[in-house]
Design a protein around this ligand. Structure first.
Ligand SMILES: *Cc1c(COP(=O)(O)O)cnc(C)c1O
Length: 393
Protein backbone atom coordinates (compact mmCIF):
# COMPACT_ATOMS: atom_id res chain seq x y z
CA UNK A 1 0.00 0.00 0.00
CA UNK A 2 1.37 3.41 -0.97
CA UNK A 3 1.05 4.73 2.53
CA UNK A 4 2.01 8.36 2.22
CA UNK A 5 -1.18 9.56 0.60
CA UNK A 6 -3.51 8.25 3.30
CA UNK A 7 -4.68 9.93 6.49
CA UNK A 8 -3.55 8.65 9.87
CA UNK A 9 -6.94 7.06 10.63
CA UNK A 10 -6.79 5.12 7.36
CA UNK A 11 -3.24 3.95 8.04
CA UNK A 12 -4.30 2.76 11.51
CA UNK A 13 -6.92 0.54 9.89
CA UNK A 14 -4.98 -0.76 6.89
CA UNK A 15 -1.21 -0.12 6.87
CA UNK A 16 1.36 -2.88 7.01
CA UNK A 17 -0.64 -5.87 5.86
CA UNK A 18 -0.05 -8.11 2.88
CA UNK A 19 -3.07 -10.35 2.33
CA UNK A 20 -2.24 -14.04 1.92
CA UNK A 21 -3.48 -16.07 -1.11
CA UNK A 22 -6.51 -17.10 1.04
CA UNK A 23 -7.97 -13.61 0.53
CA UNK A 24 -8.83 -13.02 4.20
CA UNK A 25 -10.43 -9.68 5.14
CA UNK A 26 -9.15 -9.68 8.74
CA UNK A 27 -5.41 -10.08 9.27
CA UNK A 28 -4.08 -13.63 9.70
CA UNK A 29 -1.99 -14.65 12.73
CA UNK A 30 1.27 -16.51 12.15
CA UNK A 31 2.01 -18.47 15.30
CA UNK A 32 5.14 -20.16 14.03
CA UNK A 33 8.70 -20.09 15.32
CA UNK A 34 10.64 -21.06 12.21
CA UNK A 35 10.05 -20.81 8.48
CA UNK A 36 10.65 -23.46 5.83
CA UNK A 37 13.03 -23.11 2.88
CA UNK A 38 12.80 -24.58 -0.60
CA UNK A 39 16.34 -25.88 -0.44
CA UNK A 40 19.52 -26.06 1.62
CA UNK A 41 20.93 -23.36 -0.58
CA UNK A 42 18.04 -21.01 0.14
CA UNK A 43 18.45 -21.63 3.88
CA UNK A 44 22.12 -20.73 3.61
CA UNK A 45 21.28 -17.54 1.70
CA UNK A 46 18.72 -16.47 4.31
CA UNK A 47 21.14 -17.05 7.18
CA UNK A 48 23.97 -15.21 5.49
CA UNK A 49 21.69 -12.29 4.70
CA UNK A 50 22.17 -12.74 0.95
CA UNK A 51 18.41 -13.12 0.47
CA UNK A 52 15.66 -11.47 2.48
CA UNK A 53 13.03 -13.48 4.31
CA UNK A 54 11.91 -14.99 7.56
CA UNK A 55 14.25 -17.17 9.60
CA UNK A 56 13.01 -17.38 13.17
CA UNK A 57 10.31 -15.51 15.07
CA UNK A 58 12.73 -13.90 17.49
CA UNK A 59 14.08 -12.06 14.44
CA UNK A 60 10.97 -11.54 12.32
CA UNK A 61 7.38 -12.74 12.38
CA UNK A 62 4.77 -11.66 9.80
CA UNK A 63 2.10 -10.70 12.36
CA UNK A 64 4.57 -8.77 14.50
CA UNK A 65 5.94 -7.07 11.39
CA UNK A 66 2.45 -5.99 10.37
CA UNK A 67 1.96 -4.33 13.76
CA UNK A 68 5.39 -2.69 13.50
CA UNK A 69 4.73 -1.33 10.02
CA UNK A 70 1.28 -0.09 10.96
CA UNK A 71 2.54 1.79 14.02
CA UNK A 72 5.48 3.23 12.06
CA UNK A 73 3.07 4.42 9.35
CA UNK A 74 0.69 5.99 11.87
CA UNK A 75 3.57 7.80 13.55
CA UNK A 76 5.18 8.75 10.24
CA UNK A 77 8.45 7.02 11.22
CA UNK A 78 11.01 5.00 9.27
CA UNK A 79 11.17 2.13 11.71
CA UNK A 80 9.35 0.39 14.56
CA UNK A 81 10.41 -2.55 16.69
CA UNK A 82 7.81 -4.40 18.79
CA UNK A 83 8.70 -5.72 22.24
CA UNK A 84 7.26 -8.08 24.85
CA UNK A 85 6.14 -5.25 27.14
CA UNK A 86 6.46 -1.53 27.68
CA UNK A 87 9.29 -2.14 30.12
CA UNK A 88 11.21 -4.17 27.56
CA UNK A 89 10.72 -1.29 25.11
CA UNK A 90 12.41 1.03 27.62
CA UNK A 91 15.11 -1.60 28.25
CA UNK A 92 15.73 -2.21 24.53
CA UNK A 93 16.01 1.53 23.92
CA UNK A 94 18.71 1.91 26.57
CA UNK A 95 20.59 -1.30 25.72
CA UNK A 96 20.44 -0.68 22.00
CA UNK A 97 21.72 2.86 22.02
CA UNK A 98 23.88 3.37 25.12
CA UNK A 99 27.16 2.03 26.52
CA UNK A 100 28.75 1.90 29.97
CA UNK A 101 29.86 5.33 31.06
CA UNK A 102 27.10 7.13 29.17
CA UNK A 103 25.01 9.63 31.10
CA UNK A 104 21.21 9.78 30.88
CA UNK A 105 19.30 12.84 31.94
CA UNK A 106 15.72 12.24 32.98
CA UNK A 107 13.13 13.26 35.58
CA UNK A 108 11.53 11.59 38.61
CA UNK A 109 8.13 11.92 36.95
CA UNK A 110 8.37 8.45 35.44
CA UNK A 111 6.47 5.19 35.53
CA UNK A 112 7.53 3.47 38.79
CA UNK A 113 9.19 0.44 37.12
CA UNK A 114 11.18 2.72 34.81
CA UNK A 115 12.79 4.41 37.82
CA UNK A 116 13.58 0.97 39.31
CA UNK A 117 15.03 -0.22 35.98
CA UNK A 118 17.28 2.84 35.78
CA UNK A 119 18.35 2.98 39.43
CA UNK A 120 18.55 -0.63 40.53
CA UNK A 121 19.46 -2.45 37.30
CA UNK A 122 20.96 -0.33 34.52
CA UNK A 123 23.04 1.69 37.01
CA UNK A 124 24.85 -1.59 37.88
CA UNK A 125 26.08 -1.76 34.27
CA UNK A 126 27.73 1.63 34.26
CA UNK A 127 24.96 3.88 32.95
CA UNK A 128 24.67 7.07 34.95
CA UNK A 129 21.32 8.73 35.63
CA UNK A 130 20.49 12.20 36.82
CA UNK A 131 17.04 13.51 37.59
CA UNK A 132 15.75 17.02 37.04
CA UNK A 133 12.38 18.72 37.31
CA UNK A 134 10.81 17.77 33.97
CA UNK A 135 8.97 21.07 33.55
CA UNK A 136 12.08 23.23 34.11
CA UNK A 137 14.11 23.50 30.88
CA UNK A 138 16.84 25.51 32.65
CA UNK A 139 17.37 22.62 35.07
CA UNK A 140 17.81 20.23 32.10
CA UNK A 141 20.33 22.61 30.52
CA UNK A 142 22.37 22.86 33.72
CA UNK A 143 22.49 19.12 34.25
CA UNK A 144 23.80 18.17 30.78
CA UNK A 145 27.33 16.74 30.91
CA UNK A 146 29.89 15.99 28.18
CA UNK A 147 29.04 12.29 28.50
CA UNK A 148 25.24 12.84 28.29
CA UNK A 149 24.03 10.63 25.43
CA UNK A 150 20.29 10.53 26.09
CA UNK A 151 17.45 12.61 27.47
CA UNK A 152 14.53 10.41 28.52
CA UNK A 153 11.13 11.82 29.35
CA UNK A 154 7.56 10.71 29.87
CA UNK A 155 5.00 13.31 28.87
CA UNK A 156 2.33 13.56 30.16
CA UNK A 157 3.85 11.97 33.24
CA UNK A 158 2.45 9.33 35.52
CA UNK A 159 0.50 10.02 37.69
CA UNK A 160 0.55 13.82 37.90
CA UNK A 161 0.14 14.67 34.20
CA UNK A 162 3.04 17.10 34.08
CA UNK A 163 4.32 17.97 30.62
CA UNK A 164 7.77 18.32 29.15
CA UNK A 165 8.35 20.63 26.21
CA UNK A 166 9.41 18.05 23.62
CA UNK A 167 10.69 20.53 21.01
CA UNK A 168 12.83 22.37 23.59
CA UNK A 169 14.29 19.11 24.93
CA UNK A 170 15.01 17.86 21.40
CA UNK A 171 16.93 21.03 20.67
CA UNK A 172 18.92 20.67 23.89
CA UNK A 173 19.67 17.00 23.18
CA UNK A 174 20.86 17.65 19.65
CA UNK A 175 23.01 20.62 20.65
CA UNK A 176 24.83 18.18 22.94
CA UNK A 177 25.14 15.22 20.59
CA UNK A 178 22.52 13.29 22.56
CA UNK A 179 19.22 11.61 21.64
CA UNK A 180 15.78 12.45 23.01
CA UNK A 181 13.56 9.47 23.85
CA UNK A 182 9.92 10.10 24.80
CA UNK A 183 7.65 7.58 26.51
CA UNK A 184 4.43 8.38 24.61
CA UNK A 185 2.26 5.69 26.22
CA UNK A 186 -0.30 8.09 27.67
CA UNK A 187 -1.27 9.82 24.43
CA UNK A 188 -0.34 7.38 21.62
CA UNK A 189 0.52 8.74 18.15
CA UNK A 190 -3.15 9.68 17.76
CA UNK A 191 -2.70 12.54 20.26
CA UNK A 192 1.02 13.26 20.29
CA UNK A 193 3.85 12.55 17.82
CA UNK A 194 7.20 13.11 19.52
CA UNK A 195 9.21 12.52 16.32
CA UNK A 196 7.39 15.37 14.55
CA UNK A 197 8.36 17.61 17.46
CA UNK A 198 12.03 16.68 17.06
CA UNK A 199 12.47 13.68 19.36
CA UNK A 200 14.53 10.73 18.10
CA UNK A 201 12.67 7.84 19.71
CA UNK A 202 9.08 7.19 20.82
CA UNK A 203 8.63 4.43 23.37
CA UNK A 204 5.30 2.72 24.03
CA UNK A 205 3.65 0.39 26.44
CA UNK A 206 1.17 -1.07 23.93
CA UNK A 207 -0.38 -2.81 26.94
CA UNK A 208 -2.29 0.39 27.62
CA UNK A 209 -4.26 2.15 24.87
CA UNK A 210 -3.07 0.14 21.86
CA UNK A 211 -4.75 -2.95 23.22
CA UNK A 212 -7.17 -0.71 25.06
CA UNK A 213 -9.04 -3.52 26.75
CA UNK A 214 -6.52 -4.72 29.32
CA UNK A 215 -5.75 -8.10 27.75
CA UNK A 216 -2.16 -8.46 26.56
CA UNK A 217 1.33 -7.07 27.34
CA UNK A 218 3.44 -5.48 24.65
CA UNK A 219 5.55 -2.50 23.75
CA UNK A 220 7.21 -0.72 20.86
CA UNK A 221 10.13 1.54 20.00
CA UNK A 222 9.70 3.92 17.05
CA UNK A 223 12.35 6.03 15.30
CA UNK A 224 14.88 6.11 12.48
CA UNK A 225 16.26 3.14 10.55
CA UNK A 226 19.65 3.66 12.13
CA UNK A 227 18.64 4.09 15.78
CA UNK A 228 15.65 1.78 15.97
CA UNK A 229 15.87 -0.42 12.87
CA UNK A 230 19.52 -1.26 13.51
CA UNK A 231 20.62 -0.49 17.07
CA UNK A 232 17.47 -1.29 19.06
CA UNK A 233 16.58 -4.21 16.77
CA UNK A 234 20.02 -5.78 17.10
CA UNK A 235 19.61 -5.86 20.90
CA UNK A 236 16.14 -7.33 20.54
CA UNK A 237 16.94 -10.14 18.12
CA UNK A 238 19.85 -11.31 20.29
CA UNK A 239 18.41 -10.72 23.77
CA UNK A 240 14.87 -11.84 22.89
CA UNK A 241 12.23 -9.69 24.66
CA UNK A 242 10.12 -9.76 21.51
CA UNK A 243 6.36 -9.56 21.00
CA UNK A 244 4.33 -12.73 20.51
CA UNK A 245 2.37 -13.05 17.24
CA UNK A 246 -0.88 -13.44 19.14
CA UNK A 247 -0.30 -10.23 21.08
CA UNK A 248 0.74 -8.44 17.89
CA UNK A 249 -2.58 -9.44 16.35
CA UNK A 250 -4.52 -8.05 19.34
CA UNK A 251 -2.60 -4.74 19.05
CA UNK A 252 -3.16 -4.67 15.31
CA UNK A 253 -6.90 -4.85 15.81
CA UNK A 254 -6.63 -2.31 18.64
CA UNK A 255 -4.88 0.13 16.31
CA UNK A 256 -7.94 0.12 14.05
CA UNK A 257 -10.06 1.84 16.72
CA UNK A 258 -7.27 3.73 18.50
CA UNK A 259 -8.18 7.19 17.20
CA UNK A 260 -11.86 6.84 18.10
CA UNK A 261 -11.11 5.38 21.50
CA UNK A 262 -8.50 8.03 22.42
CA UNK A 263 -10.99 10.77 21.57
CA UNK A 264 -13.71 9.15 23.67
CA UNK A 265 -11.34 8.56 26.64
CA UNK A 266 -10.19 12.14 26.41
CA UNK A 267 -13.74 13.59 26.19
CA UNK A 268 -14.83 11.62 29.26
CA UNK A 269 -11.67 12.58 31.18
CA UNK A 270 -12.17 16.29 30.55
CA UNK A 271 -15.79 16.14 31.77
CA UNK A 272 -14.75 14.29 34.93
CA UNK A 273 -11.78 16.59 35.56
CA UNK A 274 -14.07 19.63 35.40
CA UNK A 275 -16.58 17.96 37.67
CA UNK A 276 -13.95 16.90 40.23
CA UNK A 277 -12.45 20.38 40.26
CA UNK A 278 -15.76 21.75 41.56
CA UNK A 279 -16.08 19.20 44.38
CA UNK A 280 -15.47 20.40 47.96
CA UNK A 281 -13.69 17.13 48.95
CA UNK A 282 -11.05 17.65 46.23
CA UNK A 283 -8.15 20.05 46.73
CA UNK A 284 -6.55 19.76 43.30
CA UNK A 285 -7.10 18.11 39.91
CA UNK A 286 -4.18 17.25 37.62
CA UNK A 287 -5.32 17.20 33.99
CA UNK A 288 -3.72 19.11 31.07
CA UNK A 289 -7.13 19.83 29.56
CA UNK A 290 -8.07 22.08 32.48
CA UNK A 291 -7.40 25.80 32.16
CA UNK A 292 -5.99 25.57 35.71
CA UNK A 293 -3.22 23.19 34.58
CA UNK A 294 0.02 25.21 34.66
CA UNK A 295 0.98 23.85 31.22
CA UNK A 296 -2.42 24.02 29.54
CA UNK A 297 -1.03 26.15 26.69
CA UNK A 298 1.85 23.75 26.05
CA UNK A 299 -0.65 20.87 26.03
CA UNK A 300 -2.72 22.66 23.38
CA UNK A 301 0.37 23.27 21.26
CA UNK A 302 2.19 19.96 21.33
CA UNK A 303 -0.72 17.53 21.78
CA UNK A 304 -3.76 16.79 19.64
CA UNK A 305 -5.81 15.89 22.73
CA UNK A 306 -5.45 15.71 26.50
CA UNK A 307 -5.65 11.96 27.08
CA UNK A 308 -7.63 9.66 29.33
CA UNK A 309 -5.71 9.81 32.60
CA UNK A 310 -6.17 12.31 35.40
CA UNK A 311 -5.16 12.52 39.05
CA UNK A 312 -6.71 14.39 41.94
CA UNK A 313 -5.77 15.19 45.52
CA UNK A 314 -8.41 14.80 48.19
CA UNK A 315 -8.54 16.78 51.39
CA UNK A 316 -7.31 14.08 53.76
CA UNK A 317 -4.61 11.49 54.39
CA UNK A 318 -3.83 8.02 53.00
CA UNK A 319 -6.67 6.43 55.00
CA UNK A 320 -9.13 8.91 53.53
CA UNK A 321 -7.84 8.21 50.00
CA UNK A 322 -8.31 4.49 50.59
CA UNK A 323 -11.87 5.13 51.90
CA UNK A 324 -12.65 7.10 48.73
CA UNK A 325 -11.37 4.24 46.56
CA UNK A 326 -13.19 1.59 48.59
CA UNK A 327 -16.37 3.66 48.42
CA UNK A 328 -16.61 3.26 44.64
CA UNK A 329 -18.37 0.28 43.07
CA UNK A 330 -18.28 0.64 39.30
CA UNK A 331 -14.68 1.65 38.62
CA UNK A 332 -12.09 -1.13 38.94
CA UNK A 333 -9.60 -1.02 41.80
CA UNK A 334 -6.45 -2.03 39.98
CA UNK A 335 -3.26 -0.46 38.70
CA UNK A 336 -3.46 -0.73 34.93
CA UNK A 337 -4.56 2.15 32.72
CA UNK A 338 -5.78 2.73 29.18
CA UNK A 339 -8.69 0.28 29.38
CA UNK A 340 -12.30 0.69 28.25
CA UNK A 341 -13.12 0.00 31.93
CA UNK A 342 -12.33 2.92 34.23
CA UNK A 343 -9.64 2.24 36.81
CA UNK A 344 -8.99 3.90 40.17
CA UNK A 345 -5.53 3.64 41.72
CA UNK A 346 -3.70 4.85 44.82
CA UNK A 347 -0.23 5.45 43.29
CA UNK A 348 1.69 5.99 46.55
CA UNK A 349 0.89 2.46 47.77
CA UNK A 350 0.84 0.61 44.42
CA UNK A 351 2.56 1.81 41.23
CA UNK A 352 4.98 3.97 43.22
CA UNK A 353 4.97 1.79 46.36
CA UNK A 354 8.46 0.38 45.76
CA UNK A 355 9.98 3.85 45.80
CA UNK A 356 11.30 5.27 49.06
CA UNK A 357 9.28 7.97 50.81
CA UNK A 358 11.97 10.43 49.69
CA UNK A 359 11.66 9.40 46.03
CA UNK A 360 7.86 9.62 46.23
CA UNK A 361 8.04 13.10 47.77
CA UNK A 362 10.46 14.19 45.05
CA UNK A 363 8.01 12.94 42.41
CA UNK A 364 5.09 14.64 44.18
CA UNK A 365 3.24 11.33 44.60
CA UNK A 366 1.68 12.12 47.96
CA UNK A 367 -0.59 9.88 50.03
CA UNK A 368 -3.75 11.88 49.25
CA UNK A 369 -3.42 11.51 45.47
CA UNK A 370 -5.72 9.24 43.47
CA UNK A 371 -5.25 8.38 39.79
CA UNK A 372 -8.13 7.73 37.47
CA UNK A 373 -7.81 6.05 34.09
CA UNK A 374 -11.06 7.16 32.54
CA UNK A 375 -12.76 4.46 30.51
CA UNK A 376 -15.59 4.43 28.03
CA UNK A 377 -18.53 3.98 30.40
CA UNK A 378 -21.19 6.73 30.35
CA UNK A 379 -19.77 9.76 32.12
CA UNK A 380 -22.87 10.20 34.31
CA UNK A 381 -22.41 6.70 35.73
CA UNK A 382 -18.76 7.50 36.46
CA UNK A 383 -19.70 10.75 38.21
CA UNK A 384 -22.30 8.97 40.34
CA UNK A 385 -19.77 6.31 41.31
CA UNK A 386 -17.05 8.82 42.23
CA UNK A 387 -19.63 10.78 44.23
CA UNK A 388 -20.27 7.69 46.36
CA UNK A 389 -16.52 7.36 46.87
CA UNK A 390 -16.11 11.01 47.85
CA UNK A 391 -18.95 10.66 50.36
CA UNK A 392 -16.99 7.85 52.08
CA UNK A 393 -14.02 10.12 52.86
C1 LIG B 1 2.67 0.76 31.83
C2 LIG B 1 3.73 1.71 31.45
C3 LIG B 1 5.02 1.25 31.14
C4 LIG B 1 5.39 -0.20 31.23
O1 LIG B 1 4.65 -0.97 30.35
P1 LIG B 1 4.36 -2.55 30.52
O2 LIG B 1 3.68 -2.89 29.27
O3 LIG B 1 3.53 -2.71 31.74
O4 LIG B 1 5.69 -3.20 30.70
C5 LIG B 1 5.96 2.19 30.77
N1 LIG B 1 5.66 3.50 30.68
C6 LIG B 1 4.44 3.97 30.97
C7 LIG B 1 4.15 5.43 30.86
C8 LIG B 1 3.42 3.09 31.36
O5 LIG B 1 2.21 3.56 31.66
Amino acid sequence: MAEKKYHRDTLAVRAGYQRTPEGEQSEAIFPTISFVYDSAEQAAQRFSGESEGNIYSRFTNPTVRTFEQRLAAVEGAESCVATASGMSAVLATMMGVLSAGDHVLTSRSLFGSTIILFEKILARFGLQFDYVDMTDIEAWKKAVRPETRMLFVETPSNPLMELADIAALAQLAHANDALLAVDNTFLTPMMQRPLELGADISVYSATKYMDGQGRVLGGAVVGSNETVGEQVYSFLRSAGPCMSPFNAWVFLKGMETLGLRMQAHSDNALMLAQWLEARPEVSKVYYPGLASHPQHELAKNQQQGFGGVLAFAIKGDRAAAWRMIDGTELVSKTANLGDTKSIITHPASTTHGRLSQEERDAAGVHDNIIRLSVGLEHVDDLKADLETGLAAI
